[in-house]
Design a protein around this ligand. Structure first.
Ligand code: HEM
Length: 299
């Protein structure tokens, strides 16, 4: 027979446990915020890193020299929908097989290669914890899971409904994206917002399993990725063609963001909000896009 007193006790015990868990998450988030604010204030008060020395001595990429690029072997290597992480594995800054990556390893690699603050590196990495089932590590391929971080209407991959393996970029989509630089050589924030709107509508119209419309969180992730890409590449089409299309660092490249303590969460959120709230799905199409929905890019 069920003991109702013990059941009540168990409910209270689990509630208390959950409250303690939430409080500790809130505490970690709060201290991350406070640290990030300090980094941001220091960044605006001291000199930026010198051109040619954005990556500190001793780290891969210092002096614009990157470890050798090797294209992945898709039979044995694990890759993700993220050009940022795949490029690191293709250059051997993360293990080339893309497997068994710890959060520390990922945070360390992205912080130094892309000149991010430790707080932003931690925060980006934390987003993948939901995938690891408590193991403490992931394979890059785990990031394929829909609607954890990966979402519809990406710039370099067709939706997962059309392309179940999100491990490699689609050249046609990459070229289409880069063709949207309104001055021909550099994508502006306006171009990024415009193109996001276009991809969202396209996904909604062509994908019966479209799942982005009602998820502000995933729209925000999408704009967050645009903000990161904009900070690190400054919208440069030639560099982005190599990074997005081949998931490789362009020769003699270094990050455009030169903050002394790295690009912070506060900075990235300000740009993310600016992009997200300038995305209008009912926008007027540019003349070259008027035939956009006639073709089938997802095919
Ligand atoms: C550990 C940290 C990171 C994780 C877990 C992660 C994960 C992901 C995932 C799952 C996606 C797919 C989203 C989609 O469906 O479009 C993605 C996309 C993307 N990531 Fe990352 N990422 C990380 C770090 C970075 C860094 C450091 C950069 C840039 C310097 C970056 C740039 C991008 C960009 C530009 C996209 C969009 C690609 C597209 O729209 O096709 N990521 N990331």
């Amino acid at each position: 027979m069920i003991n109702y007193l013990m059941t009540g006790f168990e409910i209270v015990k689990r509630l208390v446990k959950e409250i303690i868990r939430l409080a500790s998450v809130a505490l970690v988030a709060l201290q991350l915020r406070a640290r990030d604010l300090v980094y941001t204030l220091i960044n605006v008060s001291i000199r930026r890193r010198r051109l040619g020395s954005v990556i500190p001595p001793g780290y891969p990429g210092h002096g614009r020299e990157w470890p050798k690029y090797l294209a992945p072997n898709f039979e044995s290597d694990s890759r993700s929908p993220c050009p940022g992480l795949n490029a690191l594995a293709n250059h051997g800054i993360l293990p080339r097989n893309g497997k068994h990556l710890t959060y520390r390893q990922m945070a360390h690699a992205i912080q130094h290669a892309y000149n991010l603050s430790p707080t932003l590196a931690e925060r980006l990495t934390a987003a993948s914890r939901e995938l690891d089932q408590g193991r403490g590590w992931i394979d890059l391929h785990d990031l394929n899971a829909l609607n954890v971080i990966q979402h519809d209407a990406s710039f370099t991959r067709p939706d997962i409904a059309f392309c179940p393996d999100q491990s490699s970029p689609n050249t046609e989509l990459v070229d289409k994206f880069l063709a949207h630089a309104s001055n021909g050589h550099s994508l502006s924030l306006v171009d990024l917002a415009y193109y996001s709107g276009l991809r969202r509508v396209e996904s909604k119209c062509s994908n019966g399993e479209h799942s982005l419309s009602y998820s502000f969180k995933h729209k925000y992730f999408g704009s967050g990725n645009c903000a990161l890409m904009y900070a690190v590449f400054g919208g440069d089409v030639n560099d982005l063609k190599v990074w997005l299309g081949e998931e490789r660092f362009p020769d003699r490249w270094e990050p455009k963001n030169r903050e002394a303590l790295g690009y912070t969460v506060v900075q990235s959120q300000a740009t993310t909000l600016a992009i997200e709230f300038n995305i209008h799905e009912d926008q007027a199409l540019r003349p070259e896009d008027e035939s956009y929905f006639e073709g089938d890019v997802e095919g």
